[in-house]
Ligand binder design. Structure first.
Ligand SMILES: *[C@@H]1O[C@H](CO)[C@@H](O)[C@H](O)[C@H]1NC(C)=O
Length: 346
């Protein structure tokens, strides 16, 4: 017993002695450096703040056979200019190769918490326009030519959502290298096409906002609050997986619709409604509808499963009413087949 007490006491003493050291070392060390991430995949999804680094080196001089496509094409093009029209076949081949290289677009897909927007600062970039290099900031995500938020859903036209840039080394004076972008929702994309050598460092930060509208779902199980805050606006929640959806805390539509204190799942006739459905791609404008909901209820509603590549929940508001709903999203699997309300064609 004595031994145990002694041990206990010495631990306490040691613990007390250890404290000042810990505290001092904590004070001595500078704050941790910014998180640094190396981009390795062509489609790289990022949800953490920090610096994202991409670097593509020039091939070493020993392996001259593996020259980058862009350079070869340019040489071919120059050759053809000299012997104008002589070798049309090579021209066609070079054009095809150039088209193939152009397809090689990669992206840093940034996603934050639902109530955030994304800020990207280009700390550095060396992407030569001349060799076919190009970068673009996209306010949202783009996949296979489809956008989130959908083109019709965004308050900015597409031209204003995509900002392209590269280094024009022929231009003098050289313009400032630093660039700064902000998205309108929790999703943003930095696209890049670097056929020859090149590099960039993009700093990613997230900022809280108070009235989120379009939200890209990050978690495979979470509750999302959707509301119009009295505005005339359409907001979409998109999950990039088949999902089971249920609703709680629902208030959508005018007094008459809400009076019954129940959820109405057949509200196509009403201007203010919640649409639940799915689509094959990112564009929620092309979604198939499973149900259109309005009314009022505090009870959590039944679950329904949407078996599509993308699950969408859209809140349509005219601005006449204060609409709100809590959407419970969970990834759907085979066990949810009996609660399926929509199966998209594969
Ligand atoms: C919301 O969507 C509906 C139906 O697609 C459309 O008629 C309406 O103009 C949209 N409202 C806003 C504010 O974009």
């Amino acid at each position: 017993m004595k031994l145990v007490v002694y041990l206990y006491l010495s631990m306490v003493v040691l613990g007390v002695q250890a404290w000042p050291t810990v505290k001092r070392s904590f004070e001595l060390y500078p704050p941790p450096p910014t998180n640094v991430h190396t981009i390795s995949d062509c489609m790289h999804v990022a949800s953490e703040p920090g610096d994202y680094i991409f670097k593509k080196s020039a091939p070493s001089s020993s392996s001259t056979s593996s020259q980058p496509l862009g350079v070869l094409n340019r040489e071919a093009a120059t050759l053809l200019e000299l012997e104008a029209g002589a070798e049309a076949e090579i021209a066609a081949a070079a054009a095809a190769a150039a088209a193939e290289a152009a397809l090689d677009v990669c992206g840093l897909y940034v996603i934050g918490e639902p109530d955030t927007i994304v800020e990207i600062t280009m700390k550095h970039y060396d992407v030569n326009c001349e060799t076919g290099g190009l970068m673009a900031f996209v306010d949202g995500w783009e996949l296979n030519g489809e956008y989130f938020p959908g083109i019709k859903d965004h308050h900015r036209p597409l031209e204003d959502r995509v900002f392209e840039f590269c280094n024009n080394y022929k231009h003098w004076p050289r313009i400032s290298n630093k660039k700064f972008f902000r998205s309108s929702q929790n999703a943003a994309l930095l696209q890049y096409r670097i056929p020859a050598r090149g590099s960039f460092v993009a700093n990613v930060r997230f900022h809280k906002i108070t009235q989120p509208c379009n939200v890209l779902v990050q978690d495979t199980a979470a509750v999302y609050k959707m509301a119009n805050y009295g505005h005339a606006r359409n907001c979409t929640l998109s999950a990039l997986f088949p999902a089971s959806i249920s609703l709680a805390n629902l208030r959508i539509g005018g007094k008459i619709v809400r009076a019954q204190q129940k959820v109405n799942y057949d509200c196509n006739m009403f201007t203010d409604r919640l649409e639940i459905g799915g689509s094959a791609g990112l564009d929620a404008g092309a979604m198939e509808l499973a149900s259109a909901v309005c009314g009022a209820s505090n009870e959590p509603g039944p679950e329904q499963a949407i078996f599509c590549g993308v699950t969408n929940v859209r809140l349509l508001s005219t601005g006449r009413y204060q609409n709100q709903v809590a959407v419970v999203v969970r990834k759907a699997d085979e066990q949810d087949l009996d609660i399926a309300t929509l199966m998209c064609a594969l």
